[in-house]
Ligand binder design. Sequence first.
Ligand SMILES: [Zn+2]
Length: 76
Amino acid sequence: MKIDDVLEMTVKGLAAHGVESVAAHCNYCGKTWPAPIGVMPDATTLRKIRALLTCPTCDRTDIDIEPNWPDALSSH
Ligand SMILES: [Zn+2]
């Protein structure tokens, strides 16, 4: 799946795949933290969530996010 396609997925669509949170990564300081997505409206896309996130360490908004896929679907 291309990254652009993932970013267009919605909270509802991700929940259907068992995704309840995303791993957020700050491109400035390197901090990675889990961000719950269940608190967002169903129609919120990952692109929107990424735009809303701010690094808790350095307050920058240069953030990458990746869905925390359930283990069964993980490619790792
Ligand atoms: Zn940071």
